[in-house]
Structures are given as C-alpha cells and as structure tokens.
Design a protein around this ligand. Structure first.
Ligand code: SR1
Ligand code: MG
Length: 387
C-alpha cells in the first residue's frame, strides 16, 4: 500500500489493521506531538483501561513543515536504538509493541502516567536522587555494550554500518555544532543578546574549539548513542511506589562519541539550574552533573572486567574516562549555546518572565565549558563555575 501519513482519524483503523487493537471498543485518539521532528498520537479506549502511543516519522521536520524535508527512514534508526536499549537497560525504555518500516511508525507503551522531565522541572519539581544516577548508569550500559570493550571487533564494524544515520547527524552537525557560530537563517535570539551572539560569531578561539568537538562528533565512533538526550527525551515518575525513568525519542541514534549523550544531559541540567536561579527556586540542580557522572563512571568501571579485548588495560580505562569527561563538558557547552542563539530554544528559558539574565549567564557558561573544558577536571570545578 505504501507510506501513508496518518492523521488522527486514521489511527484507529491503522491500529486494528496492524493487529494492535483487536477488541471492538471505540478508540479515542489525540495528537500529542511535542518534539521538533515527528508526530505522536495517543490512543485509548473509552474506559481508560487500555492505551497505546503511535509515533510516525513525517517526510519533513514537523515544526518546519515541507520546507525542511527529512527522510522518514530515520524511524529505522529509532527502532534499532530501542532494540539495543531494551537489550542493555530494558527498565529505561518504553515497551515497543511493533515497528512498521513501510509507514515509518512505532507503536509503543503509553507513558502519559509519567512526566516529561523538562516539564516537571519547569513546574518546580526537583530531580530527586534517582534520575541522574539512572541516566548516568544507562549511558554507561549502552556505551560499554556497543563499544569495542563490549563487542567483538567485527560485530562492532557491522553495528557502525547498520547504525549510520546521515541526515540526523547532519542536523546536529549544523544546528548544534556550527550554525550558532556563523550567520544562518535558522539562528534567532532575544534582541538583548545581540552583543553576545555577535561576540560568539567573532570569537575565533571558540570557533576552533567547536570545530574540534564537531570533528569528534563526526569521527568518534565510540558507541551507540541515544543522540538527543535532553530533558524532553526523558520521562520520570513513580509506578507502584518505585521511581521510574524512561528514555524515548532516540531517532538521532548513531555510533558516535559517548560524551555527546552525557553532554546533552548536563547542558539541560545547567540550563534548568539557570531557570531555577532566575525564579529563586534552585533545589538539587547543582548536584546533577556529579550524580550522573559518578553513576556513569561507576557502572563503566563495574563492566570493565568483562571487556572482550584485554589489550585495553586499566591505565587505558583511566585515560579513556578522562577523555569522555572532557568531551562531555565541551558538548554540554555547545548544547547550551545552540539552545539560546541557534535553532531550537528551550522552554526552560523562553517561559521565564524575563529570560535575558538567565540566557546571558547560560551563554557565558556554555562558552567556558567549550573553551576551558580541559581545565575543568572535576564535577566540583563545574559546580563552582556554574555558581
Ligand atoms: C531540526 S531538529 C532540531 C532539534 O530538535 C531535536 O530534538 C534535536 O535536538 C534537534 O537538534
Ligand atoms: Mg525528540
């Protein structure tokens, strides 16, 4: 039948056709698309006892429309990433009920009993002790399992080949890792930030450091990444009295530098901290970078004795982890900058009564993380810098 773009009214028949809904209940469907790129629907029965989520990749960037075409094949990368995540950390991803490559559609568990981490933080929630630890542990589990430490060399080459995701990598190379530092039609910012945006474009030292990170992103095939691990890709809550963390939207997944996932998570924590500071409501924000890094390092070291290639010795592990740390800081800086003077801004800042002071502070922090990442050797040093 070919690829059909599904509208809300098409979803009940689609779910029945695909065998996801075999009883005769009415199916209520609402579109809940929130991310920049894809469409998401929630389907439920009238009694509210059954529900599913359906995510479809459109042939363009959702928020831009047909003027920004994008192959819907990105859903293949997402389906593959979910399989890998389910293999190494099944408790951190939604249950996937089916993938339809022809229609670029995933049917999965409805997570709407949980909250998007960004939304919860914006509404004043604290992180709590669990979330950042689980994210750090998850990044370690995924990255170790899909690195040359966790996989046979030939299998790894096959994984790299199977995971190429050129169009979405190109988006990151552009909107995160170059456009904010040049004149580009995608960029926009508050008029009160004109001076900083111009200063960043003229800052040759900053540009060279971003070029270094961009090249690492393009060439550093260390492990399978989520690829877009910001606070809008994480859901949190409680089920049966236990804390729950779920990661979703891995369509940017590819084999790249581990620090990119950690860096995006850290950037979003630091921006959330700036929001909280502006509102006089800082809670446990300053702890999150340390909690996630320590959990990452602890889990990676725990897995190290299981490595498949023992030519990599313990001293190399120390060196490797130091490099991941430093690169993560740099990527965190680029994510902060692009969220303020690049294409996709954050509600953390845009919904503040006066976003200017927090945005200025965050931009300057982002620059410091990029330019001085090699000198910031501990979570405490970053905490002092972020204030
Ligand atoms: C054109 S896509 C812009 C951003 O949205 C996604 O969530 C990624 O973060 C991407 O950079
Ligand atoms: Mg997304």
């Amino acid at each position: 039948m070919g690829y059909r773009i599904l509208e809300t009214a098409d979803v009940p028949a689609y779910l029945r056709e695909r065998g996801h809904w075999d009883d005769l209940d009415d199916i209520d469907v609402r579109e809940v698309s929130d991310g920049n790129v894809n469409r998401v629907f929630l389907a439920s029965n009238g009694a509210g006892t059954r529900s599913l989520a359906l995510k479809q990749a459109l042939p363009w960037v959702r928020v831009a429309g047909p003027s920004w075409p994008l192959s819907p094949d990105r859903s293949d990368a997402e389906a593959r990433a979910y399989q890998q995540l389910a293999r190494v950390a099944p408790d951190t991803v939604p249950a996937i009920h089916g993938y339809d490559p022809e229609n670029h559609a995933l049917v999965m568990e409805d997570l709407s009993d949980l909250a998007v981490l960004r939304t919860a933080l914006n509404e004043g929630a604290s992180y709590g002790p669990h979330t950042s630890r689980r994210i750090g542990g998850l990044v370690a589990q995924l990255s170790f399992a899909t690195s040359d430490f966790g996989m046979d060399s030939a299998d790894r080459k096959a994984l790299i080949a199977a995971s190429v995701n050129p169009e979405l990598c190109r988006i990151t190379e552009d909107v995160v890792l170059s456009e904010p530092y040049i004149e580009h039609e995608h960029n926009h910012w508050l008029p009160e930030l004109d001076d900083l945006a111009a200063r960043f474009r003229a800052d040759t030292r900053l540009r060279t450091e971003v070029a270094d990170l961009r090249h690492t992103f393009m060439t550093g095939a260390q492990s399978l990444l989520h690829g877009d691990l910001h606070t809008g890709s994480i859901m949190v809550g409680e089920r049966e009295g236990a804390p729950v963390v779920r990661v979703f939207d891995p369509e940017f997944s590819f084999v790249g530098p581990i620090g990119f996932d950690l860096g995006l998570y850290w950037a979003n924590a630091l921006v959330s901290q700036e929001r909280a500071r502006a509102l006089g409501a800082v809670t446990d924000h300053p702890l999150q970078l340390a909690l996630s890094w320590e959990a990452f390092e602890r889990e990676f070291r725990r897995l190290w004795p299981t490595r498949v290639d023992t030519f990599f010795d313990d001293a190399y592990l120390d060196r490797f982890l130091r490099r991941v740390w430093t690169q993560s800081l740099g990527f965190a800086g680029t994510e902060i900058v692009r969220r303020i003077i690049g294409f996709a801004h954050l509600t953390d800042l845009t919904t503040l009564p006066d976003p200017v002071p927090a945005s200025r502070r965050a931009l300057l922090l982002g620059r410091e993380l990029i330019v001085h990442r090699a000198e910031l050797t501990t979570p405490g040093a970053v905490r002092d810098l972020a204030g």
